[in-house]
Design a binder for this molecule. Structure first.
Ligand SMILES: Nc1ncnc2c1ncn2[C@@H]1O[C@H](COP(=O)(O)OP(=O)(O)OP(=O)(O)O)[C@@H](O)[C@H]1O
Length: 474
């Protein structure tokens, strides 16, 4: 990279702009720290030298496929390059070993077919156009040639395309790692087929993304000494528990709640469900339906995906019983009880939901009422039971809903893992980390408002990178 050019009269520069983030122009005057610029939007602005960056007049209009080739690797230069490429339908760009993906918001099947996978096989990173297959191929080859386990970190804001990119990486690794069939279905097939189940219970509509993953996912593909996939494990973390009892417009709660309410009538009757608008955990937002998604069909799709990943019919029934119980739990309201600072279910409706939740949880209704309306404090000498006022009882109801839902999610992940099968003797592994999407409405939206994903190939330092990112997100 060339050293930053001195900004002088006549230089071409980028300057910050409140509307389009960065605008280019020509320097008219330089007065110490103040720079007067004639911008290409025909405005003349005076800016501080710290917010003015040199523009490379010789940069190709179609951009470069590796941004380390840019004369200036500063924010406006990078964004301009991504923008020029995006306009030419080139959604992938490298910055050295990092792949940047800009969400195309439309299907591009020709980019991901088998022919493309064949094309990237054994080709060094940078020889062909930037692509997730190239990153996956490079990680696979490094693992085989150097005998070192690899990690691929996928990061970006919510809706940027991390999950889609992760699926591409997994598909390519499955293609390279071959078919290690266990009981008819290969490990990699099972990993890919677990996506609809995880999405039904861990994804929700957010402002940015109709199918936003509300949990982090680390998929570990285990390989034998011949480079064949011999096992896999899915590790999830940081499920957004608060969403179970708190949703704001125009978002939705987890998909599973809506698809269960749209299940065949006999299922809806069995769980005493009905219109999602009648449930407190769903009606805090006015959004119930998703464009182009039929929840009743999604229910059937989820049931068959559960069959495929080895969740038995009885287990599926138990899972949906818990989902329905959580909805009933949310409809229990509390009023002041007879004793001071105590509470009890508000009316017949609340009693109905309490009894139904208890029935579905297969527990005693009085025990459930006590667990919501009372707190047990255990000291060294005695056990004290304290009554809760109505507000505290509602908080304890929400806490129970959140913990039950997150335990259910963990149970489903464990079940999927035992069905996929682990290889305790695996020689190497490739881990793909789809890190939890953050939502940034002020930053990362420059020039075209493009959301992008970073795909980073790593053989060391993953833990450090994750720690830094988690710290940044917190
Ligand atoms: N490569 C791609 N090709 C086609 N469409 C894409 C691609 N990447 C993303 N999309 C579109 O963008 C939507 C959001 O992408 P995705 O779910 O992968 O985002 P995400 O970064 O995982 O978001 P979150 O963090 O909220 O889960 C997808 O449902 C899809 O419609």
């Amino acid at each position: 990279m060339a050293p930053p050019a001195k900004i002088a009269v006549g230089s071409l520069v980028w300057v910050e702009d409140p509307d389009v983030s960065w605008i280019d122009g020509e320097v008219l005057e330089v007065n110490g720290e103040e720079i007067k610029i004639s911008c290409t939007n025909e405005k003349t602005v005076v800016a501080n030298a710290s917010s003015v960056y040199p523009k490379d007049a010789e940069a190709p209009s179609c951009g470069v496929d590796d941004m380390t080739k840019l004369a200036y690797l500063h924010e406006p230069g990078v964004l301009q390059n991504l923008c020029s490429r995006y306009e030419m339908n080139e959604i992938y760009t490298y910055t050295g070993g990092i792949l940047i993906a800009v969400n195309p918001f439309r299907r591009l099947p020709h980019l991901y077919d088998n022919h493309m996978m064949e094309k990237y096989k054994g080709i060094a990173l940078g020889e062909l156009s930037p692509h997730p297959f190239a990153v996956a191929d490079s990680s696979y080859r490094q693992m085989i040639n150097e005998g070192i386990s690899q990690s691929i970190l996928v990061s970006g804001e919510s809706g940027a395309g991390k999950t889609e990119s992760t699926k591409m990486l997994m598909r390519y690794l499955a293609f390279m790692g071959g078919r290690a069939a266990t009981e008819g279905r290969s490990v990699e097939q099972k990993v890919l087929e677990s996506n609809p189940v995880l999405e039904a219970f861990g994804n929700a509509k957010t402002v940015r993304n109709n199918n936003s993953s509300r949990f982090g996912k680390f998929v570990e593909l285990q390989f034998d000494s011949r480079g064949r996939i011999s096992g896999a494990a899915i590790r999830t973390y940081l499920l957004e528990r608060s969403r179970v009892c708190q949703v704001s417009d125009p978002e939705r709660n987890y998909h599973c709640f809506y698809l269960l309410c749209a299940a065949p009538p006999e299922v809806v009757d069995r769980y005493k469900l009905g219109n999602p608008r009648t449930f407190h955990y769903l009606n805090q937002s006015n959004c119930y339906d998703l464009d182009g998604v039929d929840d009743s069909k999604e229910y059937m799709v989820t049931r068959s995906a559960m069959d495929v990943v080895g969740i038995s019919n009885d287990e599926q029934e138990a899972i949906f019983r818990v989902v329905a119980a959580v909805l009933h739990l949310g409809n229990i309201e509390f009023v002041k009880g007879k004793e001071t600072d105590s509470s009890e279910p508000k009316d017949d409706k609340s009693w109905f939901h309490l009894r139904t939740a208890a029935e579905l949880f297969m527990c005693d209704a009085t025990a459930l009422e006590d667990s919501l309306c009372k707190r047990v404090i255990v000291t060294r000498d005695e056990t004290i039971t304290k009554s809760l006022d109505p507000d505290s009882a509602a908080l304890s109801r929400d806490a129970l809903a959140k913990i039950v839902y997150s335990l259910l999610f963990d149970w489903i992940v464990n079940k999927i893992n035992s069905s996929i099968g682990q290889d305790a003797d695996s020689k190497f592994l490739i881990g793909v980390l789809d890190i939890y999407g953050f939502e940034s409405f002020k930053i990362n939206r420059c020039l075209t408002g493009m959301p992008f994903v970073f795909i980073i190939l790593e053989s060391r330092g993953l833990v450090l990178a994750v720690n830094c990112m988690v710290t940044m997100c917190v």
